[in-house]
Each structure stands twice: as structure tokens, then as C-alpha cells.
Ligand binder design. Structure first.
Ligand SMILES: [Zn+2]
Length: 81
């Protein structure tokens, strides 16, 4: 079965307002043939995701919840500490 959410930020694809280029990542995380954030720093990625969500009008409390959940995304959960 195909993934139903982004492997990088956990956003459900059903909520993705953009056009996805990848089967694994949402339109925010993956653009122009590559991941937008290529680093390996979960905290940094979370900060960017949070700011991006709030700037798009997401309730800050919800944005904090979504940001917390990012650590369980496939891209990050198997990452070495
Ligand atoms: Zn994503």
C-alpha cells in the first residue's frame, strides 16, 4: 500500500494543497526533484516546519503538536542520535 503521509513531516497527503512530485514526500518537503531540507538536524527541520505552518495560518498550538509529531516520521525516527 502506498504511503498516506509525508515521510519527512508526517503531513497527510490528503491535506497537501500543492502538487506532489514524490510518492514519499509532500509538496513542501520535496520540490524541483529534491528534498527542500537536506540536513540531518531534526530540531532545525522542526523549527522550519513550525514557522512554515504558522506563516500559512495554522493555529500555533496545532502547529506545535504537528511539529512534535515530526520526530516519528520515517525520515527521522531511525536517525542516529
Ligand atoms: Zn512533508
Amino acid at each position: 500500500m502506498a504511503n498516506q503521509m509525508c515521510e519527512s513531516c508526517m503531513m497527510p497527503f490528503s491535506k497537501d494543497p500543492g502538487v506532489r512530485e514524490s510518492d514519499r514526500y509532500c509538496s513542501y518537503c520535496y520540490k524541483d526533484g529534491k528534498l527542500c531540507y537536506l540536513g540531518n538536524d531534526l530540531k532545525e527541520f522542526q523549527r522550519r516546519a513550525y514557522e512554515s505552518m504558522v506563516s500559512k495560518g495554522t493555529n500555533p498550538l496545532l502547529a506545535r503538536l504537528y511539529t512534535f509529531l515530526i520526530r516519528f516520521a520515517p525520515r527521522w525516527k531511525n536517525r542516529k542520535p
